[in-house]
Design a protein around this ligand. Sequence first.
Ligand SMILES: Cc1ncc(C[n+]2csc(CCOP(=O)(O)OP(=O)(O)O)c2C)c(N)n1
Ligand SMILES: [Mg+2]
Length: 824
Amino acid sequence: MPKAVMIDPAEMRSRRVLEFKPIPLNQYDRSITDELAAGTFTKADLVRIQRDMMLIRAFEEMLDSVKKQGHYRDIPYNHRGPAHLSIGQEAAAVGQAYLLDTDDHIFGSHRSHGEILAKCLSAIHKLDDRALRSIMDNYFGGETLRVVERGATGDTHDLAIDFVVYGALAEIFARDTGFNRGFGGSMHAFFPPLGVFPNNAIVGGSADIAVGAALFKHVNRRRGMVIANIGDASAGCGPTWEALCFATMDQFKELWDEAHRGGLPLVMNFVNNFYGMGGQPVGETMGFKILARMGAGLTPDQLHAERVDGYNPLAVIDAIRRKRAIIERGDGPVLLDTVTYRFSGHSPSDASSYRDKNEVEAWQVVDPLVTFAANLVDAGVTTQAELDAMQQRVDAIILRAYKNAIDLSISPRTDQKGVRCPLERAMFSNQRVEKLADGTPEVLMPLAENPRVQQLAKRSRSGLDDAGQPLPKQRCIGLRDALFEAIIDRFYADPTLIAYGEENRDWGGAFAVYRGLTEALPYHRLFNSPISEGAIVGTAVGYALEGGRPLVELMYCDFMGRAGDEIFNQLAKWQAMSGGLLRMPVVLRVSVGSKYGAQHSQDWTSMCAHIPGLKVVFPATPYDAKGLMYSALLGTDPVVFFESQRIYDQPELFHPGGVPTEAYEIRLGEPDVKKPGRDLTILTIGATLYRALDAAKELESKHGLSCEVIDARSIVPFDYTKVLESVKKTRKIVLASDACERGSALQTFATKITQFAFDELDAPPVVVGARNWITPADEIEDAFFPQPADILDAVHNHILPLKGYTPKRDCTTTDLRRRSAEGV
Ligand SMILES: Cc1ncc(C[n+]2csc(CCOP(=O)(O)OP(=O)(O)O)c2C)c(N)n1
Ligand SMILES: [Mg+2]
């Protein structure tokens, strides 16, 4: 179907000017007395705002003292980890949290202790005793609660305050009883039950994740909004820009069906303290002068951007109230430039030499803790004596938490040295879940009426006829069809499943795997994304962290570089950093190219396999592709699902009867013997399988070597059992894949096989990978990717001389050493 927007040359070429609307800066101008008169706050509300700011300040000052002096209140402690403090930024955090409830979710940065506490305190105030009890009882089996319950004297709300202060601190001190079992630490601590979602030590890392979280709420019609708290210096990060582009796609407001039309419920909040570490965005590293200007470049509504005085909690509350109204009427997302300032250095080791003392002092004069307190007293809301008493209560909370958190007998560290230790178990959630939410999946037609389903019903399920002879490819179910069958089936089962990426909707995916899905699915379940690989993966992370199942696609493996942080630091790490609390059911389809040269044809499976926390599969047959896709889409772990463009139309040649029509799962991690043999094992990853089979044919017919060919199918996890059984029989093994040989997964396989079966081997395992070059043009690609001849050469040179065989290329040890010495 042609696009809805007609690109009219008359309009596009017309002489006009583009006008921008004024961007409000610090417009809030009401006093405490005004607000009391208007009934916006009670006196108790205002005092609570002050208390929350005091509590955050005391918490951060305690950490400052520990880091700089090695003690707090003369009680020594050596905290080895980081502490990026937010002393001075309390009003911005408390003001933001004030109106939020547990359905509103915040994602933050390395400097988010204050935001965590503010959000928790605000939520605690709004929840009743039963709800609080249930949260504390159920969080990691009540382990955190048991610590704070000892000797507790206050009511449930007091207990909950102790709980969050202690939980955050124990996390910072890497204790088992911390919010995330000590696996996250200062920069990554979070507490989902009260709406505090992952804080990110990668600058700008929360931007696209928060967009994905908002996408989840929007698609699945959940309550609440999402706030990304990111620093002013993160405005220069590519992922932040990608996040903003993704969040502002026109389709949300123009193309999605009525029930899902509207902007994402997202506040992109820049916590603008005017510094990176030492770099200064305004005046040095950026050019916007006023950060709020960024909104003007993105949408006609300019993202409703404005600057807010984050040194006045009431101004921030007012802004959140107004922005929430915008979001609730479907006009989000919004951008806030929340002005604040940190008195503390970037980290305790920072001497702040890049800042003029006068500047720090000028901000200290308007310190919100002092000014707001004075205003409260002036307005008759409280008295100095009451504030002093409050300070004492706050200090007592911090001291209690500190004493508990440093005490190893109460707050132990997890033992990570045993077999199946907690961190090992937190790496993957390893669950199987049919559907991640109740409800009926939204689809546009019965599955049986789908044109592609009907078309595939006419194809042969097998690539072989009854006599075992190959059928023409176009008459068979190919690998892309097998993937489609698993995917569409899961779309009819799991209401949270959505798919997106570049060219996903109308092109049916760049390689036609999704052809037929467009007819079946409404826009919000299958859509085109901007060319924002980082945001494609980052939003998937956020969507999954909220409880949904995204299936996202990178058009070419080489583009993974654009999503490096999102794949390697976000997708891979949050399950473990949460202490096993969160799940990451993301399937990331990555197509490995060929024919298109250096930047479109590289196999980066090894890079993914190297990163702990990712499952990595690379099926080479339709049967395996379908079974592995089912497992990936039913699991709860991130799976990087590699597919080779060489074999999208490959029919099934191995599985008897071909590709089953019904659902089935293939366990991730289990290699498959594609051809049995006696004398030599060939282990392959991905599409190299077919070249290895050709090599096996030649080795058998010309050299009498019976070859057993094993398809790894998965790289992580990987069960060596079948390979070791094979090697025990053949005593020889060659490993082949299209990934560059140096540092590859093949090399890891080879080393492990040597280690596990040293006595069974007649020769060391031999690796035949791609050359350590760029991928050359299609016409000369065969010099780069392993060919059958390369496998024979390797066998001849390194395993056993093949009688009468002349190697095609030099692959002697001498040449391998030369190549290594030259880095090629
Ligand atoms: C991608 C990335 N680059 C660099 C760093 C190192 N780093 C940590 S914090 C920081 C400054 C961040 O400034 P901003 O985003 O304004 O947050 P603030 O520290 O002011 O809260 C830098 C450069 C990092 N953590 N991540
Ligand atoms: Mg900053």
